[in-house]
Ligand binder design. Structure first.
Ligand code: FES
Length: 143
């Protein structure tokens, strides 16, 4: 009976050899692709910098009565502790707005927005698009 069990085992071994070779080949390819590269998580963070859950900036980096541009988002602090964020894309023709003199100014055609994103004057006819953020400790996080 023991010999009967050995016979299938030999077959299994013979069958497993090519599979093992394929697995080893795949593992070798995997090693070359950077499986041990610890920089990959950082690269992922960068690629998702504008995604939900990402830290946009810190509370101390946003001046009271103004704002700071982080990528395609402007984070404002109209009054102390009142943080809001908006897309920098001007609703008129898409230029990037930026903080200027306590407002958000579009340099292309002069539209102006309050720090709460509301339209002060055009040619834009709509407010800025809100970006939902939360203060988590000292960080302002996109949610
Ligand atoms: Fe901003 Fe025209 S694109 S005012």
């Amino acid at each position: 009976m023991t010999e009967n069990r050995l016979t299938p085992s030999r077959r299994a071994v013979l069958t497993a050899v090519p599979i093992g070779a394929v697995v080893l080949g795949a593992a070798a390819c995997g090693d070359d692709s950077g499986g041990s590269n610890s920089a990959s998580p950082g690269a992922e963070s960068k690629s998702t910098a504008n995604s939900s859950g990402d830290v946009l900036t810190t509370t101390s980096a946003v001046p009271v009565g103004s704002g700071v541009v982080v990528g395609d988002v402007v984070v404002t602090q109209a009054t102390a502790g009142d943080f809001e964020a908006f897309s920098t894309k001007c609703p008129h023709q898409g230029c990037a707005v930026a903080p200027k003199d306590g407002k958000l100014d579009c340099p292309c055609h002069g539209s102006e927005f309050d720090l709460d994103g509301s339209l002060v004057h055009g040619p834009a006819t709509e407010p800025l698009t809100p970006v939902h953020v939360q203060v988590r400790g000292a960080d302002i996080v996109r949610v």
